[in-house]
Design a protein around this ligand. Structure first.
Ligand SMILES: [Zn+2]
Length: 186
């Protein structure tokens, strides 16, 4: 069985370094105060530098209504990017459909080129549709399975169930902004 994670990614492409640090501290502190993750870091995640905070059994029950099934990779991590960040659903990313928010054309895997052009654009959010030529925010594209675009993402590794909607809402409320759920498999 491969490894998998669910990322919660803010809908903001740009999150500057001081804010990234503040958000990371706030979310780790909140999860620790609730008793849902360990106080000490360990090598329980695969993203970033491989170190995260292992879920407690209580945390797993609360976050995903599941039990500890003894996976080595099973914890919370924070990943940040110095430049524009992309959180892909699979290694390299997969696209079943990608619809422009303006013309609604499904350009499918043409989205890879939209992302590549966005990535080198000096603007933080601008994406240009190859079908209609209009500009929109990269985060407004309707992509299945979901991709995330931000300089920070919060990873939940190795839970064998989806995060509950209640927990995602709770997380977004503490973060202070909406998040996108991005399932990731390696
Ligand atoms: Zn379009």
């Amino acid at each position: 069985m491969g490894d998998y994670a669910t990322y919660l990614v803010p809908e903001r492409c740009r999150v500057d370094a001081p804010e990234r640090e503040e958000l990371a501290r706030r979310m780790v502190g909140w999860l620790q105060d609730k008793g849902w993750i360990a106080r000490e870091k360990s090598d329980c995640v695969l993203g970033g530098d491989g170190n995260g905070w292992r879920f407690t059994p209580e945390g797993m029950r609360h976050m995903a209504d599941t039990e500890d099934i003894g996976r080595h990779t099973c914890g919370f991590g924070v990943e940040t990017y110095e430049e524009k960040g992309v959180f892909c659903n699979y290694e390299g990313g997969a696209v079943e459909s990608a619809c422009c928010p303006i013309c609604e054309e499904d350009i499918g895997e043409g989205f890879f080129e939209v992302v590549a052009a966005w990535n080198t654009d000096e603007d933080w959010t601008r994406a240009v549709c190859p079908a209609c030529g209009e500009e929109s925010a990269i985060t407004d594209w309707q992509v299945e399975p979901a991709w995330g675009f931000s300089q920070i993402g919060f990873a939940f590794w190795g839970l064998d169930a989806e995060l509950t909607e209640d927990f995602v809402d709770e997380f977004a409320a503490v973060l202070g902004e909406p998040v996108r759920v991005v399932p990731v498999a390696l």
